[in-house]
Design a protein around this ligand. Structure first.
Ligand code: PLP
Length: 439
């Protein structure tokens, strides 16, 4: 009998014993094509020799030294590397052990920034209904995913949630993409005015939405207008790139494609590529200087900040993404994946939308393509597709949920960037087998 407390207490998962490129092998020798990196983690596959060597080398030198006393070579190197490639005036890196911690740190950094500046009345965050920012209480409060929040609502701080941007579901008849983007972006301004700008800390959003609706990119101009509103009212723009960052969408930072830079950006998942648990919140020099010129102390911290072994892994990963051409490969293979998905499912009566950027793709499952009517939740097609795909030897990430009163079932795909053309074919074939068995 297992003594592990699993997430799914009624399931009995196989033992993963080996990684081989884009495949995971279980103890029975069955091979699973990793079509989602778990949840968009494994950007380099499961057996990258360079990342493994970097970890081994670091452990041979020193595995851990607490940041209350020391910094470390890999943490310094990784921070330099990230900042060299970061958009706008992002200048400092606050390391964490994962995505929720990165978001939690970003929220507290943003609050303390205003406290340091003597603007303590600012205590309110604005986020979006179509969002997931992590499972710790602060990050969960920022997220707008009701299914994840529901039983914890009494424990959550008050965060305003404005409209998501999801063209396929909510762009109105006769509206252009740009008009739709402006309309929903302007909800931010309305909410800031309602709260009073002097009470607002910032706005947090995922540039490409992952876990809640399945690789939904923004419409053109949306984030430019968001940036403009944040600047006009003096509030911070926090972009959560925990899932969509680190090359996943075809650029190192997803927001590069929207032509904007945030005040704070959170990253994780692809940063360690699954080889080590690591995340980070990057902030501008302006934010950092407020701490330097103020109390000189960020009233927040975790034991494993800037963990030397984790940052050594992250450094090897980001080197491979940038100097090793892996971000470019994500963009190129992502186009091929998109084309293969459209070829296989573009006319499928129950696939309403195929979307995404780079190696971050989503398929929306509907009852009726013409009306976009969602599936009956009782059918639980997302769970059935997950099980059928797993049986066929494919790990993919189907989800379902209700947002703004509309049910949405979707499948998220986020395979490693190293996937070959043939393996894209294999992924799509296996997904087809799973979908045929359920829909
Ligand atoms: N933010 C986003 C956008 C995410 O997608 C996730 C996880 O899926 C998180 C934060 C939380 O990250 P973690 O699961 O590493 O705590």
């Amino acid at each position: 009998m297992s003594h592990v407390f699993p997430r799914h207490t009624k399931s009995n998962p196989p033992l993963a014993v080996k990684g081989d490129g884009i495949y995971i092998l279980d103890s029975n020798g069955k091979r699973y094509l990793d079509g989602s990196g778990g949840a968009a983690v494994s950007c380099l596959g499961h057996s990258d020799a360079d990342v493994i060597a970097a970890i081994k080398e670091q452990i041979d030198n020193i595995a851990f030294a607490h940041t209350g006393f020391f910094t470390s070579e890999p943490a310094e190197r990784l921070a330099d590397r990230l900042i060299a490639h970061a958009p706008g005036s992002l200048d400092r890196v606050y390391f964490t052990s994962g995505g929720s911690e990165a978001v939690e740190s970003a929220l507290k950094m943003a609050r303390q920034y205003f406290v340091e500046k003597g603007e303590s009345s600012r205590s309110h965050f604005i986020a979006r209904r179509q969002s997931y920012h992590g499972n710790t209480l602060g990050a969960l409060a920022a997220g707008g995913n009701e299914w994840r929040r529901a039983q914890f609502n009494p424990l959550l701080i008050d965060v305003s949630h404005i409209a998501p941007v999801h063209e396929y579901r909510w762009r109105e008849e006769g509206e252009t993409s740009e008009e739709y983007g402006l309309r929903v972006a302007n909800e931010l301004e309305t909410e800031i005015q309602r709260l009073g700008a002097e009470n607002v800390i910032g706005f947090i959003a995922e540039p490409v939405v992952g876990a809640t609706m399945g690789a939904v990119p923004p419409v053109p101009g949306y984030f430019k207008r968001i940036r403009e509103i944040c600047d006009q009212y003096g509030i911070l723009l926090i972009l959560d790139e925990v899932m969509c960052g680190m090359g996943r969408t075809g650029t190192l930072f997803a927001c590069e494609q929207d032509g904007i830079a945030p005040d704070i950006v959170t990253i994780a998942k692809g940063l360690g590529a699954g080889y080590q648990p690591i995340g980070a919140a990057l902030c501008t020099s302006e934010i950092y200087e407020a701490f330097v010129n103020g109390s000189g102390f960020f009233q927040h911290g975790h034991t494993y900040i800037g963990h030397p072994t984790a940052t050594a892994a992250g450094d090897a990963v980001v080197k491979k993404l940038t100097e090793g051409g892996m971000v470019t490969r994500a963009a190129e293979q992502g186009e091929k994946l998109d084309a293969a998905l459209r070829e296989a499912f573009g006319q499928h009566p129950h696939i309403g939308d195929i979307r995404g950027r780079g190696m971050f793709r989503g398929l929306e499952i509907v009852a009726d393509r013409a009306t976009k009517a969602p599936m009956d939740p009782a059918k639980a097609v997302n769970k059935k597709i997950k099980a059928a795909a797993f049986e066929a030897g494919l790990v993919c990430y189907p989800m379902g949920g209700t947002i703004d009163g509309q049910r949405g079932d979707h499948i998220l795909l986020a395979p490693p960037f190293i996937i070959s053309d043939d393996q894209i074919g294999e992924l799509v074939d296996k997904l087809g087998t799973a979908i045929r068995g359920v829909l």
